[in-house]
Design a protein around this ligand. Structure first.
Ligand code: AMP
Length: 460
């Protein structure tokens, strides 16, 4: 998963791009980068780690230019290292092309092999690099024809922003798996994965880039074109963006994420009511559905655990050791609230089950009399090939365990998951979501080789 930003026309485009990354930090904490163009030269800073740690007044000041794109990375194809940072910046026919990509392509292997056969040499192990190679190979015609011809060859999930000289180009795959929003900033336009980025820049939300749409922006002029088949192809918005990934203050997929999560919680309460002294969420991601759940049943909502805000998303840590450490440090139960109480604990989802098990143990140790766990999405049984890091079935607890068995593993008195029908019933665009992680039904054929490190150089 990743966050992307594009700024078309601002005297401090680099600074605005940084604000965008700051707001989108939750979409990836492994690396952050900004590329700007000042009409003559490009300027680039890309580093591993958080945007907030990598940029300061000093180096942002060096990012001169009126156009910029930026990227914050959580790796889903290619290892986590400096080589695999974005935006990717290349020079083609003496002109700069930069790319920031969110999502996973599903025809990586075929395209990669073809390009290699034709003589391409790759510098990264990210599927995203394929896109710049395809651009380099077909730079005939006007911008619109050139980019649409290349993007039409891609399959799977891509929300992308490009910088090509003074142009910013935004594109979304025909299914619209990942979000991409369009805003207005002063005289120019701005693109960002989520609308929460606009608020920090005091930009105005205009609309979402449509599935299959390519927007070509120069200064204050914007042109729109659709990829072949779009917008007729069926949409497949990633429902997990709504469940967990996106920020609750964002407006994506035609809805506000906070309100969606509350509706999921209310529906969960209808499907799996329980009696308890209070409802609590696992902070922060479980809080919104917990609130909806509590309001629906008229049970008090309490904050039973406090989050240490100096620590990021637990699962966005490549090693199990760091994950475990952060799990312990991140949340602390309030014993005085929990002791002797019957509690309903709401979590947005269970993926591996390990975090939930630890949290429940902590709540139990704090003295809870009964723990009823409620999950605001259905059991996750299948991996994601479109950009969420559910890498393989063996890591998904629900893949081969029943709800009853999961309840036993997590050690709760009862466990209830929201149904698929219930989940879709509270969505505004009910028929427009990808639910493959709950059903195993993939809207775009999935690749044979599914290794995240499939493009790594393995030596002789
Ligand atoms: P667990 O009980 O270990 O499955 O952790 C569940 C929590 O981690 C939930 O809040 C999930 O939404 C969150 N989470 C989100 N994405 C992932 C992921 N890719 N892998 C693991 N956990 C995730």
């Amino acid at each position: 998963m990743c966050g992307i930003v594009g700024i078309s026309h601002h005297k401090e485009a680099g600074k605005m791009a940084f604000l965008g990354l700051y707001a989108l930090q939750h979409r990836g904490e492994e690396a952050a980068g900004i590329v700007t163009y000042d009409g003559k030269d490009t300027h680039v800073i890309k580093r591993t780690g958080l945007a907030v740690d990598n940029f300061d007044e000093d180096n942002i000041g060096k990012l001169k230019g009126h156009v910029a794109i930026a990227h914050t990375r959580y790796s889903t194809t290619g290892g986590s290292n400096i080589k695999n940072t974005q935006p990717i910046l290349v020079t083609h026919r003496k002109k700069p092309i930069a790319l920031a990509h969110n999502g996973n392509l599903t025809n990586t292997e075929g395209l990669y092999a073809k390009l290699e056969d034709e003589g391409s040499i790759f510098q990264t192990s990210m599927d995203s690099e394929i896109i710049v190679h395809l651009l380099a190979k077909s730079s005939n015609g006007d911008l619109k024809t050139w980019f649409t011809k290349v993007l039409a060859q891609l399959k799977g999930a891509f929300s992308t922003v490009f910088l090509y000289e003074d142009h910013i180009i935004g594109a979304r795959d025909p299914q619209g798996f990942r979000p991409l929003c369009l805003g207005k900033l002063g005289d120019g336009y701005i693109l960002a994965s989520e609308s929460c980025a606009f608020d920090l820049m005091k930009a105005e939300f205009v609309r979402e880039v449509q599935p299959g749409e390519v927007v070509i922006i120069k200064g204050n002029k914007i042109e729109s074109v659709f990829l072949p088949g779009a917008p007729k192809e069926s949409k497949a918005y990633c429902i997990f963006e709504n469940v967990y990934f996106a920020r609750p203050d964002s407006h994506i997929f035609g809805d506000n994420v906070y309100q969606v999560r509350k509706r999921l919680g209310a529906q969960l309460a209808k499907e799996h009511p329980a009696q308890a002294d209070f409802v609590m969420g696992i902070p922060d991601s479980g809080n919104y559905a917990a609130l909806g759940y509590a309001q629906e049943l008229d049970i008090p909502f309490e904050i039973g655990m406090i989050r240490n805000h100096y620590i990021g998303r637990t699962f966005i840590q490549p090693t199990q050791f760091l994950r475990d450490f952060r799990v312990r440090v991140k949340l602390n139960p309030i014993r005085e609230m929990i002791k002797g109480k019957r509690v309903i604990v709401v979590e947005d989802s269970i993926v591996r089950g390990t975090t939930s098990r630890n949290r429940i143990q902590e709540i139990r140790e704090a003295g809870a009399k009964e723990i009823h766990m409620r999950i605001s999405c259905p059991p996750i049984i299948s991996p994601c090939f479109y950009g969420i890091d559910f890498p393989s079935t063996k890591e998904l607890i629900a893949h081969n365990k029943t709800v009853q068995e999961i309840a036993g593993f997590i050690k709760v008195d009862s466990l209830g998951y929201l149904s698929l029908e219930g989940m879709l019933s509270v969505m505004k665009e009910k028929g427009s979501f990808c639910t493959a992680c709950f059903t195993g039904k993939y809207p775009v054929p999935i690749p044979k080789n599914t290794d995240k490190l499939q493009l790594e150089c393995r030596g002789a």
